[in-house]
Write a protein that binds this ligand. Structure first.
Ligand code: TRP
Length: 331
């Protein structure tokens, strides 16, 4: 970590199996940020248990996500890449911040309300506390920029409120972070229902492409992708299927939608779908190969995790010690 670049923090939960939508929407860009920013990226395993998850699934998802991020270009030498639970300061600061978070403001969180309605049998306190743990993640590293999806913006706002309250009560302690929705991140929809988001929960369905899918499965999924009536490969609100495929192609190749349209202006739908499928296969191939290499040696993967956690823990401790002292704990 140098002191002259702005600091970025973001995290992803190890729930489900990462999809093409996750990749093109966010993960792809993480690896590119380290030139401009000092980046910390975390696998948010502590957040993953707010919704019921099997032990073996949590373990596998955590290793998979960590290795995948490296395979996608997050260089563990240039970034601080770590597993959240390996740095106990996250849980510690979360407890402290709980006392500077109002019940009323936490209760207003849209995601809490939505998740409570979805699983009324498991409305646990961890689910309620989820955004406070997120605030701890961010504030520990004095991050200035927090790239997130739109659904997480409210949580970053809450984080700012908590930080301001703490700073006001004691003295300036935390940097106030700014949530940022990456403008280049594409929103990818299901191949079978292009009005719905490509989700990691319905990953068995052919509408969702997984980053680790085999090439033959990717090819099949694109062959079956729904198109629209009429012909002509161009983006339009009346053509959600074609628009989705064009968006996938353009963001894979880092070109504009217009350039993608130009490339396919004489194509019929069948060959267009095949071409997009091939582009996905070729982009994901080196990622999958690097991933498989990383998963061959568990010991080496664990030592990369440890290396990241050591770097993160050093930074986190500095903030945490200040916080303990300001509140009046005997150190
Ligand atoms: N809750 C975030 C999500 O679901 C993941 C996350 C955990 C996060 N901690 C964070 C994102 C801190 C940004 C900053 O996407």
């Amino acid at each position: 970590m140098t002191e002259n670049k702005k600091r970025v923090f973001s995290a992803i939960k190890p729930t489900g199996n990462p999809t093409l939508g996750n990749y093109l929407g966010a993960m792809k860009y993480w690896g590119r940020m380290s030139d401009e920013y000092d980046c910390l990226f975390s696998v948010a395993d502590l957040h993953a248990i707010t919704v019921a998850i099997e032990p073996k699934e949590l373990r596998e998802n955590t290793k998979r996500l960590f290795a995948l991020l490296i395979a996608m270009g997050v260089d563990p030498e240039k970034n601080v890449l770590f597993v959240q639970s390996h740095v106990p300061a996250h849980s510690e600061l979360c407890w402290l911040l709980n006392n500077y978070t109002m019940f009323g403001e936490a209760r207003r969180m849209t995601q809490f309300k939505e998740k409570s309605e979805k699983a009324p049998e498991n409305v646990n306190v961890g689910l309620f506390d989820y955004p406070v743990l997120m605030a701890a993640d961010i504030l520990l590293y004095q991050a200035e920029i927090v790239p997130v999806g739109e659904d997480q913006m409210q949580h970053v706002e809450l984080c700012r409120n908590i930080a301001e309250r703490f700073n006001g009560r004691y003295s300036p302690t935390f940097v106030l972070p700014e949530g940022r929705i990456p403008k280049y991140g594409a929103r990818i929809h299901s191949l079978l229902d292009p009005t719905a988001k490509m989700g990691k929960s319905d990953s068995s369905a052919d509408g969702t492409v997984l980053v680790l899918d085999r090439p033959e499965d990717i090819a099949r999924k694109f062959k079956r992708a729904v198109t629209d009536s009429g012909k002509g490969v161009f983006a339009s609100p009346d053509k959600p299927g074609i628009t989705n495929l064009l968006t996938i192609y353009a963001s894979l190749l880092d070109i504009s939608i217009e350039d993608a349209e130009r490339e396919f202006k004489d194509s019929d739908y069948a060959s267009f779908k095949t071409k997009v499928g091939e582009a996905v296969i070729e982009t994901l191939r080196p990622i999958r190969e690097k991933y498989e290499l990383l998963r061959r040696d568990d010991g080496a993967l664990l030592s990369l995790m440890k290396q990241g956690a050591d770097k993160a823990a050093y930074l986190a401790r500095r903030t945490l010690e200040k916080v303990y002292k300001k509140i009046g704990f005997v150190r």
